[in-house]
Design a protein around this ligand. Structure first.
Ligand code: HEC
Ligand code: HEC
Ligand code: HEC
Ligand code: HEC
Ligand code: HEC
Length: 190
């Protein structure tokens, strides 16, 4: 009697349990993948700032707002004074512009949610890419069409290396002459 119960456990229950564990693990791994890589992340922001409207329809240069792209690591998010150059008169009555003006007049930062992020222990620098003629679109997609910014590309170590090993294949319509990016550990972990 006891033996058959043990047999049953070993031959039926155990394989089923193992199977369920393996399948659950595999599914979670693949489903969670984009989230782990940050891809597809595009949170709603406190103030509904539209790149499509400002950078697309109105064709304002990215560098008018992201003044750091040619200077160092961070592209930087513009100070509210940049917005107020226009919004101290443009669309003043709209709820989002009233909110914006409130932040500005009380000297408070807008709590913009960060979309892209590389950990501090890895060295990334906007200027060393942008100054070589690598356009924003190769890493951020066509932001001019985005109502809400979304991360489209992965920035894991593998993804950086992929482009560094073969930049021409990753950026097929690039006209600028670029060298390969660094692939030695010290290149990105300084
Ligand atoms: C009028 C100012 C303005 C212009 C012009 C502008 N941006 Fe932005 N950008 C912002 C603000 C404000 C944010 C933060 C809010 C948000 O994410 O929408 C932002 C966020 C971003 C982000 C996401 C940052 C993060 O958190 O990871 C990217 C990428 C970006 N902009 C790229 C661009 C590109 C590319 C262009 C040109 C095609 C551009 N921007 C033009 C103001 C601007
Ligand atoms: C080679 C890829 C690459 C290119 C080209 C690039 N970016 Fe980025 N961008 C990134 C990465 C990676 C991050 C995250 C950086 C971090 O966390 O330090 C980022 C972050 C940002 C942010 C968030 C704030 C910050 O600086 O960390 C903004 C805004 C931004 N990029 C705008 C731009 C604009 C505008 C251009 C074109 C002028 C551009 N980027 C070109 C890869 C790129
Ligand atoms: C060069 C001028 C200019 C700058 C700089 C500018 N905007 Fe605008 N913005 C406009 C104009 C013009 C409109 C109205 C466009 C329309 O409705 O056709 C607008 C519309 C908006 C709206 C939509 C308002 C509504 O509900 O109709 C928001 C929100 C906004 N801007 C936020 C911002 C923020 C945040 C910044 C700074 C990061 C900024 N703008 C910088 C000119 C500007
Ligand atoms: C779409 C292609 C592309 C992507 C994605 C990319 N890079 Fe690069 N990177 C380049 C190219 C091309 C160069 C060399 C440019 C040259 O010198 O001509 C470079 C150069 C560099 C340099 C050397 C410049 C310096 O300041 O010393 C570093 C560091 C670097 N990249 C880090 C990164 C990191 C970290 C990532 C990922 C978060 C990344 N890159 C993603 C194309 C890319
Ligand atoms: C082109 C840039 C680049 C080069 C070259 C590079 N790394 Fe990285 N590395 C990164 C970035 C970006 C991250 C953070 C994103 C991630 O975890 O994938 C990272 C993360 C790591 C991590 C943490 C991984 C984790 O899962 O937490 C280790 C360890 C590491 N790198 C070791 C190395 C070693 C060893 C080398 C040399 C063989 C190397 N890296 C070369 C860009 C680079």
């Amino acid at each position: 009697m006891k033996r058959t119960a043990l047999d049953y456990t070993l031959k039926v229950k155990l394989p089923i349990t193992v199977f369920v564990i393996v399948v659950t693990f595999a599914l979670t791994y693949y489903i969670a993948r984009p989230e782990r890589d940050g891809m597809g992340y595009g949170p709603e922001q406190e103030i509904k700032f539209s790149h499509k409207l400002h950078a697309g329809d109105m064709n304002i240069d990215c560098k008018y707002c992201h003044t750091g792209v040619e200077k160092g690591r961070h592209a930087t998010i513009p100070a509210l004074s940049t917005c107020m150059n226009c919004h101290s008169f443009a669309r003043k009555d709209r709820p989002d512009i009233v909110k914006l003006t409130n932040y500005y007049e009380n000297n408070l930062p807008v709590p913009w949610k960060r979309v892209h992020r590389v950990p501090d222990y890895a060295y990334f620098n906007h200027s060393s890419h942008v100054l070589k003629g690598i356009d924003c679109k190769y890493c951020h997609g066509d932001v001019r069409k985005m109502e809400v910014v979304q991360q489209l590309h992965s920035f894991t170590m593998g993804a950086c290396l992929n482009c560094h090993r073969n930049p021409k294949a990753e950026m097929k319509d690039l006209t600028a002459e670029v060298k390969n990016g660094p692939t030695t550990c010290y290149g990105c972990h300084r």
